[in-house]
Design a protein around this ligand. Structure first.
Ligand SMILES: Cc1cc2nc3c(=O)[nH]c(=O)nc-3n(C[C@H](O)[C@H](O)[C@H](O)COP(=O)(O)OP(=O)(O)OC[C@H]3O[C@@H](n4cnc5c(N)ncnc54)[C@H](O)[C@@H]3O)c2cc1C
Length: 441
């Protein structure tokens, strides 16, 4: 049996961050992933006919200089730097983002109602400035932050499509800078013509010039000892041994895991029943991505568009050819639609072909595609673990699972190891931190 001093499980952003830190420390380690590629959820699909799509529109908007430097070095400086253009689609209107800072594009009666609600909130002192008001559920937070009209029309409608459950079922500890709450003055000004928009919290981004997001990560494959096609089938924390699907068994000194917690726990030898049950209460969404390559590129100036209408199947689209022109053959364009499901709240009850057909139909109805557009590529790809759902089971279940893993000396990292909303840079840094902890730094 091979003895590996440091083992990293998963070769996505977090596993690569852990590998980076271990490599920098000069210790002996191996990183294992069940896939035949590095990058995990940050992978890129490169189709034979020249279209390139990431697994969800992956752009790097990190402000962390270290992560910026690592990624820039991996592509030898060959990245584009762009302003992120976002807009919204609602009932036939294209609205600048965020809507709460651009009310003037809404129907007059709706503007009046939104401002009236807001004025009442501020008068009651329940919500002022950008601080989080007193709240319990995300639905309460939205009502108190924006008033019932705006909350119901926009974030609650979008949230249902994205989180797959009612906003009453969600906590608020994930919001951070994601939801801008304007002051009443900003809100009223945004209803008047000619006022400057407030920038979104993600303003600029970097993206590899060629090859999609994965180009940032591929050099790691030869730099580190990464073993692909290695699916973990058992982790014995007492014997400090790991088994893989191909029959190989290794022993380890320290282990760092970015494998989604429900999967990891189900593979732990001797795991107590209450820990297993807690891991099964951790809710997550699954995304189906419909990738379309089209014979023209001028459907939209916005790289990302959010959709609020319930009868539009997708919640968001991104246009990868606007991230880098090399993501599509010359003269062609790309649209990627995100459609969310979850095992706990909204099980998948469709077929890939049906998702593709509905997506094309809805894009035509919303004016993004024309009936005579040449669809040169139509594919649907599934990513089982997309987003953590911050429901009311999460906190207690996570405490049990993480407590057990701490005692078992398994260090967790990444979006699905920490079970949070980490972006790529945060996942990478969490891997580095887990590795430093394993090194005793
Ligand atoms: C639709 C969408 C769009 C996004 N867009 C952005 C964006 O624009 N910018 C951004 O910064 N972030 C974005 N993110 C977030 C980003 O995807 C995550 O932060 C990041 O991919 C998390 O990396 P990770 O290493 O933690 O997890 P993962 O990439 O999921 O890595 C976990 C790894 O574990 C491996 N694994 C699982 N089970 C086993 C097993 N039994 N044996 C061996 N290996 C196993 C998996 O194969 C995988 O490679 C987006 C997310 C979604 C869902």
């Amino acid at each position: 049996m091979e003895e590996v001093p440091f083992v990293v499980l998963g070769a996505g952003m977090a596993g690569l961050g852990a590998s980076y830190a271990l490599d920098s420390a000069g210790v002996s380690f191996s990183c294992y992933d069940k896939n035949n590629y590095v990058g995990g959820h940050s992978r890129t699909l490169r189709y034979d006919n020249g279209f390139i799509f990431d697994e969800g529109g992956h752009i790097s908007f990190t402000k962390n200089p270290h992560v910026q430097q690592v990624l820039a070095e991996n592509v030898r400086g060959a990245f584009v730097e762009n302003r992120l253009t976002i807009d919204n689609y609602w009932q036939g209107l294209r609205l600048p983002h965020p809507i709460q800072n651009n009310l003037r594009h809404l129907p007059p009666e709706l503007i009046v109602q939104i401002i009236s609600d807001y004025k009442t909130l501020d008068a009651c002192g329940t919500a002022s400035g950008n601080g989080a008001p007193a709240h319990q559920t995300y639905a309460d937070w939205l009502h108190l932050a924006y008033g019932p009209t705006f909350a119901k029309t926009f974030p609650m409608a979008y949230g249902k499509k994205y989180h797959t459950t009612d906003m009453d079922n969600l906590t608020t500890d994930w919001i951070g800078p994601r939801m801008y709450r304007p002051t009443i003055q900003e809100l009223v000004r945004s209803a008047l013509p000619g006022t400057a928009p407030i920038p979104n919290y993600i303003d600029h981004f970097r993206y590899p010039s060629t090859g999609g997001f994965l180009s940032y990560l591929e050099p790691f494959e030869s730099q580190f000892r990464i073993q692909l096609n290695k699916r973990l089938t058992q982790l014995d924390p007492v014997a400090k041994a790991i088994e893989f699907a191909d029959g190989e068994t290794i022993s380890y000194g320290s282990v760092i895991s970015s494998i989604p917690l429900p999967e990891l726990i189900s593979l732990m030898k001797g795991v107590p029943g209450d820990v297993l049950a807690a891991s099964q209460r951790l809710a997550f969404s699954t995304v189906w991505l419909v990738n379309l390559g089209v014979g023209r590129a001028d459907f939209s100036d916005a790289m990302v568009t959010y959709f609020y209408d319930e009868d539009v199947i997708f919640s968001r689209i991104n246009l990868p050819h606007l991230f880098s022109s090399k993501n599509a053959p010359v003269g062609c364009g790309t649209i990627q639609a995100e459609i969310y499901f979850s095992e706990k709240y909204k099980p998948f009850a469709s077929s890939p072909q049906n998702l593709i057909e509905r997506t094309i139909e809805d894009l035509r109805r919303c004016g993004f595609l024309r009936a005579d557009d040449r669809i040169l590529l139509a594919d649907a790809a599934m990513s089982r673990y997309a987003n953590v759902i911050y429901d009311f089971d999460r906190m207690a279940a996570l405490r049990v699972v993480h407590g057990y893993l701490r005692d078992a000396e398994v260090r967790c990292c990444g979006r699905f190891g920490n079970w949070d909303h980490a972006w790529t840079d945060q996942a990478f840094v969490s891997g580095e931190e887990a590795a430093r902890a394993a090194l005793g730094d």
